[in-house]
Write a protein that binds this ligand. Structure first.
Ligand code: NDP
Length: 449
């Protein structure tokens, strides 16, 4: 195992996020290898950490002033042992091959946990949609899809949204795919309702996080009701996490964006959340503007020079990080523990560093890692694919019930796998082991390909 991990670092020394994701999984699946010598003979670690295919391409596009720009596009098709590659597209200036590889790697295990037949992939670009007009975003998406279209398809690889890719971008990407291929298929998920989207898909990741958190709480003899929660981010995941916490009788007091965060001691209610959704989704404004409408709230800029993130310094019972990777470092984790947090359920992908995760485990915090807790989004994407194949739309209640059942089943799977390996209530170990075993067994069934 050590040799393989050293080889991964030697081959791609700059891919720090990818190494982090791989090391975290490998730390727990060592035990599985010890019980299954055949896995070592079959070199499953070397095989599962190497993407089946990496696609990198130039994305030229023209801004409203006639200036040409060139961005870089990525699609990492990581593993198709249990189904077509499935995973979102991220448009953000921080995107690199390392980020996309870490996300694709995590996606493999997450998709495996959903009980649906989906392999893992991820893609995106270092394009920054912030401050760009709709026309600029459309031209970028069209150029991106002009290349991507030749690599994807409803039975091959089905992208969706992620940071910077919402309903608007999915629409432009889908339109270009349809024109190029002359076919109307479920090649992307997260589509609008009128042309193949699924009810509950926009809500799915956030709702799923709260369903998962509520299962964790119930397992520990408690509930979300009456709990104060810290939520970071203010995009898709953060918004619907907040909405579901409110519906379950909890209280949310923080939200953030990449510039800063707001703390509203009174907590958000339906009306305040509506304001935030309009501000972020329609006006495409900054979270700071919340304080102009609700002056009792305080805003603090996030200072990158600070050795901790101040959003995690407030007294609370639960934290749902829903912005981006590594937003909770070890010091933040200690702050959360010292401020009474008993549950951390991850909406963002890999928001806690390995040191932070260890702090949670050492202090008996109920820790729901992203690959289990935020799997509701891709699960409903899987349901969108099923509806598209049947050319049917299921009612809202049906999709929501299926989502709840899937999150319940992921929770049971994590608990059972953790117990089987003598790590009771360790959701991180449970998610890694259960996700890994299913994919590896499928790979072995299919031979050396
Ligand atoms: P959105 O683009 O809708 O929102 C992202 C939010 O996070 C924004 O508030 C954004 O602020 C903030 N953010 C982004 N980058 C940073 C950063 N470097 N530092 C601080 N804040 C940042 O994305 P989503 O809500 O869809 O995604 C959020 C997280 O959830 C990501 O980790 C994503 O991978 C994960 N996820 C999303 C799923 C989905 O279905 N959408 C499914 C599973 C996981 P700003 O407005 O300033 O950019």
């Amino acid at each position: 195992m050590e040799n393989i991990l050293a080889e991964i670092v030697r081959r791609d020394p700059d891919q720090r996020e990818f190494h982090q994701a791989v090391f975290e999984v490998m730390e727990t699946v060592k035990l599985v290898l010890d019980r299954n010598p055949e896995y070592r003979r079959q070199a499953v670690i070397a095989r599962i950490t190497e993407p089946e295919r990496v696609i990198m391409f130039r994305v030229p596009w023209m801004d409203d002033q006639g200036q040409v720009h060139v961005n870089r596009g990525f699609r990492v098709e990581m593993n198709s042992a249990i189904g077509p590659y499935k995973g979102g597209l991220r448009f953000h200036p921080s995107v690199t091959l390392s980020i996309i590889k870490f996300l694709a790697f995590e996606q493999v295990f997450k998709n495996s946990l959903t009980t649906l037949q989906m392999g893992g992939g991820k893609g995106g670009s270092d394009f920054n949609p912030k401050g760009r007009s709709d026309g600029e975003v459309m031209r970028f998406c069209q150029s991106f899809m002009a290349e991507l279209a030749r690599h994807i398809g409803p039975n091959t690889d089905v992208p969706a949204g992620d940071i910077g890719v919402g309903a608007r971008e999915v629409g432009y990407l889908f339109g270009m795919y349809k024109k190029l291929r002359n076919e109307f298929t479920g090649v992307l998920t997260g589509k609008s309702l009128d042309w193949g989207g699924s009810l509950i898909r926009p809500e799915a990741t956030g709702y799923g996080v709260v369903y998962f958190a509520s299962e964790m709480m119930a397992h520990a003899g408690d509930s979300i009701e009456g709990k104060t929660c810290l939520v970071s981010g203010s995009g898709n995941v953060a918004q619907y996490t907040t909405e579901k916490i409110l519906q379950m009788g909890g209280r949310v007091v923080t939200l953030s964006d990449s510039s800063g965060y707001i703390y509203d001691e009174e907590g958000f209610d339906e009306e305040k959340l509506k304001f935030i959704m309009h501000l972020k989704n329609i006006k495409r404004g900054r979270i700071l503007e919340y304080c102009e409408e609700y002056p009792q709230a305080v805003y603090a800029e996030i200072d990158p020079g600070l050795d901790h993130n101040p959003i995690w310094t407030h007294r609370a019972d639960c934290a749902m990080p829903s912005a981006t990777q590594n937003e909770i470092i070890e010091k933040d984790a200690l702050n959360l523990v010292n401020n009474g947090v008993r549950l951390v359920c991850e909406g963002a992908n890999m928001p806690s560093t390995p040191g932070a995760a260890q702090v949670f485990l050492d202090n008996g915090v109920l820790y729901g890692p992203s690959k289990a807790a935020n799997a509701g989004g891709v699960a409903v994407s899987g349901l969108e694919m099923a509806q598209n194949s049947m050319r049917l739309s299921w009612p809202r209640e049906e999709v929501d019930n299926r989502l709840k059942q899937i999150m319940k089943s992921i929770h049971c799977t994590c608990i059972d796998a953790a117990e089987e390996y003598n790590m009771p209530a360790n959701y991180m170990a449970g998610a890694n082991i259960a996700g890994f075993v299913k994919v590896v067994n499928a790979m072995l069934d299919q031979g050396l390909v």
